[in-house]
Design a protein around this ligand. Structure first.
Ligand code: MSP
Length: 509
């Protein structure tokens, strides 16, 4: 059996969850759910990043301790992810003792291996990014991401010999193109590694909100070097070797393009420095923008997932439900480039793909079958024209998930839904008399529904489980195993159908 370990970045707790954060987590969850269908031993991780200067300052501004702030906001991330039916196996908080233990153990190994030294550092620091920049990486002294001036800092710091790993990492990414998807981001990383790679400062002595450096307790690790290690902590690094050896070699990190350098350059080098030679893979996505701008607290332009799931009259948003929410964010923004959030597009997508195509198909097939085929549903025919289309849909869906392209995967799945609707329109079973011909058409349609319901389940887990039950299938749709479950002919027939209300009532603008 293969294993599949998938993570999201851990979210800073100075901010409330918005649709940008949720975008990363929903995608990671969909990848995890796809791999569970494939039968992979899957482990999905998300969590919160709770140390560092940014968090400390924001807590001070609000008159609370950093831990109080972290408790409040970490809980908000957890409840948002519950709302979105994220099936994570673990939720990590960097203030947990297990994490401190793993950070200290990993960094101690790097230190013992001779990759860490002490020096004075002077540079321009953006607190928003928690990163040092050179003059030419800034815009007139301002951070390009946050638009605020970088601050001059002077510190006695520990340094990590990142420069010593640049060639090895370059060779690694050159030899293994699939390590970073999509391709454009791999090129960006190759570009970073071909430039001069400088050593990096990894500790701070001026703050204490962090994980203490084990060999010098006057320092705490700089937040990024504590944060990245969360991925190792959660699968038992320095605590449970069996678990670590089981999951670590299959690590996949879903990240936004803003944190590519930390993840694709610094993190693998840290792993190598600690003697861990299995390096993670990356799925990198762009930003979700609002009116062309990145969401932020200061611009007050963020939209929360809850507003769209439950509806928000004041903002003029309908209630899309969890599945409607997930489907839009998986189906519409291309995975890789930036894209503007469009409420209008979300509404169009919901009404066309979910209400008209999937929802109507299920509704219509159950109604017509009940009317024309008696108490028990008919079985599919082996030589249905839909069988070939189902095979293509499965193949293309699987390939796209494998290439980390959810919109393309869902498009391939939905093609089978449209083809099944066309098959019904062409055969007009509602005009037929009861008998073998209508049984054949409806058996085929039910089989196509069974297959698309499995394939769509990573995106719309609730409606697919509901459909699974309505078409008389036992158990959980999530317990089906691909590729066998997508093979034509799996619908048994002879089962009772369960009529119900429309799965996706149409929404008005
Ligand atoms: N704490 C760091 C990550 C440490 S991982 C070891 C961090 N946190 S963050 O909360 O600022 O952002 C986390 C991730 O949220 C980003 O990488 C990105 O994946 C996602 N997004 C935050 N805003 C986003 C958008 N507007 N659009 C898409 N994704 C966004 O960076």
């Amino acid at each position: 059996m293969s294993t599949y370990y998938i993570t999201t970045p851990i979210y800073y707790v100075n901010d409330a969850p918005h649709i940008g954060h949720a975008y990363t987590t929903v995608n990671a969850d969909a990848f995890a759910r796809w791999h569970r269908l494939l039968g992979d031993d899957t482990f999905m991780l998300t969590g919160t990043d709770e140390h560092g200067l940014k968090i400390q300052r924001s807590a001070e501004e609000q008159g609370v301790t950093p831990l109080e702030q972290a408790d409040t906001n970490s809980a908000r991330f957890q409840s948002t992810f519950q709302l979105l039916d994220i099936a994570n196996n673990d939720f990590i908080r960097t203030t947990e003792p297990r994490h401190h233990h793993a950070v200290q153990a990993l960094m101690q190994r790097a230190y013992d291996n001779g990759w860490i030294y002490s020096d004075t550092y002077e540079g321009l620091y953006c607190v928003g990014c928690e990163a040092y920049y050179t003059e030419d990486e800034l815009d007139d002294g301002n951070c390009k991401i946050h638009g605020r001036p970088a601050e001059q800092m002077v510190e006695e710091n520990y340094f990590f010999k990142l420069s010593a790993f640049a060639d090895q990492l370059l060779a690694h990414y050159e030899a293994n193109p699939e390590q970073i998807r999509p391709e454009g981001y791999r090129n960006e990383v190759l570009g970073l590694l071909r430039q001069e790679v400088r050593d990096i400062s990894i500790s701070r002595s001026s703050i204490d909100w962090g994980v203490p450096v084990p060999w010098d307790e006057d320092h705490v690790f700089y937040v990024w070097y504590d944060a990245l290690i969360n991925y190792a902590t959660a699968v038992g690094f320095a605590a449970d070797d069996d678990m670590f050896n089981r999951y670590w070699p299959s690590a996949h990190h879903v990240i936004g393009k803003d944190i590519i350098r930390f993840h694709c350059v610094f993190w693998p080098a840290m792993l190598l420095a600690a003697g861990i030679t299995d390096l993670p893979r990356f799925y990198v996505h762009g930003w979700l923008l609002i009116g062309g701008e990145k969401m932020s607290k200061s611009k007050l332009n963020s939209v929360s997932p809850r507003q769209l799931v439950e509806g928000d009259e004041e903002a003029g948003y309908s209630a899309f439900g969890v599945d409607g929410y997930r489907y839009h964010f998986l189906r519409d923004p291309a995975f890789g480039p930036d894209s503007d959030f469009s409420y209008e597009q979300m509404l169009i997508r919901y009404n066309s793909d979910l209400a008209n195509q999937y929802g109507n198909l299920v509704q219509r097939v159950i109604t017509v079958t009940a009317k024309k085929c008696g108490e028990l549903a008919p079985a599919p025919s082996p030589d249905s024209p839909l069988a070939v289309q189902a095979e293509t849909a499965y193949r293309e869906t699987a390939e796209a998930w494998d290439r980390a392209q959810p919109p393309i995967a869902l498009d391939a799945t939905w093609r089978l839904i449209r083809e099944t609707n066309e098959y019904l329109a062409a055969n007009e079973p509602w005009k037929m008399d009861a008998g073998p011909e209508v049984d054949r058409v409806m058996g085929d349609a039910l089989e196509a529904i069974r297959i698309v319901t499995i394939l769509a389940s990573p995106a719309i887990p609730n409606a697919t489980q509901e459909t699974w039950e309505r078409i008389g299938m036992d158990g959980q749709v999530t317990d089906q195993r691909l590729p066998d479950a997508a093979t034509w002919g799996g619908y048994p027939g002879g089962v009772a159908l369960v009529p119900g209300d429309p799965l996706f009532p149409r929404l008005k603008g």
